[in-house]
Structures are given as structure tokens and as C-alpha cells.
Design a protein around this ligand. Structure first.
Ligand code: ADP
Length: 303
């Protein structure tokens, strides 16, 4: 599978330019789309699933323009939107059975088999007969991914799937996606949570203000932050000064005051040690150090 996004722009009716001139190729496996709220991720996802038309540019799937092949695209696609809701008064299995009918599985027995296999895969077999709208947040999200998978999609798009989940459920959800990515499929995971990307994606893009500011591997993004992440041992007074103008990633009380992890371009004058960045550091570095020179309103959000 291959998705090629070419010179894509989306301008909303109110003049809001939400996606700006994006060029990107996505191959098999798990692809992460990272960016703060308002970056344009959902808009891009909606265009990718043909729920919205771009203002200009095009998207090719295996060489075919999706705006001309919408029906074909639908059969290949599984989508878990950010605001996924369940109908009331359907049991877990009934909901999935209904999704199976919508996906075109006509044979009832085949559908039931598929439903149970999928419930098993996402760890919901025991919740089979519970009312879908009474499941916990994490279980609902897993039922959401099951409905996205029922038509055997080749492209799976999930928008902010781990927001609001507790750490256990987050890991569980990521593992389900990782398992899927072993097959000949593309999984696009849109998120503002750095941890979603670091643990699962081999390729990623960083969106900010509608623009794609980075594309490549998570390791490539980390590479850019090398030499810009420090451990500082500071006094209370220095800590208060630094807080004003550096992004402090963590602060732990130490012997003489505070042990800080910071992303900064220059820390001369302080008691510092350079450390190896992780993806979270790299994201902060990229958003705060690189982009804020161009756009001082850039804000990062970590969780
Ligand atoms: P993200 O998913 O990264 O949070 P969105 O795609 O939801 O970003 O939003 C990108 C930008 O487009 C934001 O500035 C948002 O306010 C704007 N936007 C989103 N939906 C609409 C809409 N229906 N009409 C006008 N502007 C919108």
C-alpha cells in the first residue's frame, strides 16, 4: 500500500487555512501524525477518508486519485474518528454485527464469526453481551477499533485514540495497533501525545499551524535535538529565573536545590551536563526552539 499526498491545501469557509501545501508519502506500517491541538491533523484525516474535499492538491492511493475512486477507497478503509459514538441500546456484539452489515458482510454466520474473532482480538469477548454505551472509556475505544477493522481494511486511520485513557489502556490500545501493522496495511495514527508515536511508529510527520514541519523517522527527529537537551543542577534562585525563559521538562528536588531536564540552545553559566534526547525532548526542541524563532506563538503540549 502507498498513499501519496500532493500539494494538499484545505481552507475552511471562514478563510481558516487549516492544511497548507502538504506533500507526503506513506508506506506500509504504522505512521504517526503528531502536532498540538489545532495543527490540522483532524482536517487532514477527514480529507484522507474522503469526508472532506481539499481546496487544492490531491491524494493518491496505490496510484489512484481518491476523489475519483471514493467507492473503492471506502472498501479499503477503516476509520476511527476522534468523536466516535455508539448508538444506545445495542450490546457490544450487536454493535459490531451492525458495523459488519454496513461493511457489506451479508452472510449472518460469517458476520458472527468475524464479530467474535474481533472481540477476542481487542480483548472484549467477555464484554460481548454488555451494553456498548456502558463500557469503560478504554473498552469503548477498543470496540471502536474493532468496528474500523471489520471490513478487513488496508488503510486504518485513527484520530487521537488514546486521549483520556489511563496508562494501562493506552499501552493496550497501542499494542493492538502494533499487532495490526505486521500485515500489509497502512495505519495512520493522529495524536498530540508524543508517547503514542515513540512506542509504535517507524515513520512520522510533525504538523504545526497547518504546515508539515518535519517528516521522517522518530529517530531522525531525535537526531535534530542532540546537543540541545541538558541536565542542570541549580539553586532555588536559578530555578526561578530559568522557569521564566526555558522549557523545563522535569524538575526534581536535589542536594543543592533542583535537578532539571531542559531543552535550550545555551546553558553556559550553569552547572550542566548534556544528555541523550528522547522523542519527547525532540518534540519540545523542535516546537519551541526551531519554530518559535519563526512563530513566537508556538506552544507545545505533552502528556
Ligand atoms: P487538530 O486535529 O490538529 O487539533 P484541526 O484539523 O481540528 O486540528 O483544526 C485545524 C484548524 O482548523 C484549527 O485552527 C481549527 O480551529 C480549524 N477548524 C477545524 N474545523 C473547522 C471548521 N469546521 N471551520 C473552520 N475552521 C475549522
Amino acid at each position: 500500500m502507498k498513499i501519496e499526498i500532493e500539494n494538499l491545501n484545505v481552507v475552511y469557509g471562514n478563510g481558516n487555512h487549516a492544511v497548507k501545501e502538504i506533500n507526503l508519502t506513506i508506506n506500509n506500517g504504522m505512521f504517526g501524525l503528531l502536532g498540538p491541538n489545532g495543527a490540522g491533523k483532524s482536517t487532514l484525516m477527514k480529507v484522507l477518508v474522503a469526508l472532506m474535499k481539499p481546496s487544492s492538491g490531491r491524494i493518491m492511493v496505490n496510484g489512484e486519485d481518491i476523489s475519483k475512486e471514493r467507492k473503492k477507497l471506502r472498501t479499503m478503509l477503516g476509520y476511527l474518528p476522534q468523536d466516535f459514538r455508539f448508538f444506545t441500546r445495542l450490546r457490544t456484539w450487536e454493535f459490531l454485527d451492525y458495523a459488519g452489515s454496513l461493511a457489506g458482510i451479508r452472510d449472518r454466520r460469517e458476520r458472527i464469526e468475524k464479530v467474535d474473532a474481533l472481540l477476542d482480538r481487542v480483548g472484549l469477548l467477555e464484554a460481548r453481551d454488555r451494553m456498548a454505551n456502558k463500557l469503560s472509556g478504554g473498552m469503548k475505544r477498543r470496540l471502536g477499533i474493532a468496528q474500523a477493522l471489520i471490513g478487513n481494511p488496508k488503510i486504518i486511520i485513527v484520530d487521537e485514540p488514546t486521549t483520556g485513557l489511563d496508562p494501562d489502556e493506552r499501552i493496550r490500545f497501542r499494542n493492538i495497533l502494533s499487532d495490526l501493522s505486521q500485515n500489509d496495511v497502512i495505519i495512520i495514527l493522529s495524536t498530540h501525545i508524543v508517547g503514542d508515536i515513540s512506542s509504535t511508529c517507524h515513520d512520522m510527520a510533525l504538523l504545526n499551524n497547518g504546515e508539515m514541519v518535519f517528516s521522517g523517522s522518530p529517530a531522525g527527529l531525535i537526531e535534530e535535538a542532540k546537543g540541545h537537551v541538558y541536565n542542570l543542577s541549580v539553586t532555588q534562585y536559578e530555578y526561578e529565573q530559568l522557569r521564566e525563559d526555558i522549557h523545563i521538562i522535569s524538575s526534581v528536588p536535589g542536594d543543592a536545590g533542583w535537578e532539571l531536564q531542559v531543552v535550550a540552545s545555551d546553558v553556559t553559566g550553569y552547572n550542566y551536563r548534556t544528555i541523550d534526547p528522547n522523542l519527547e525532548h525532540a518534540y519540545v526542541y523542535y516546537m519551541e526552539q526551531k519554530l518559535s524563532r519563526v512563530n513566537p506563538t508556538v506552544k507545545t503540549e505533552l502528556s
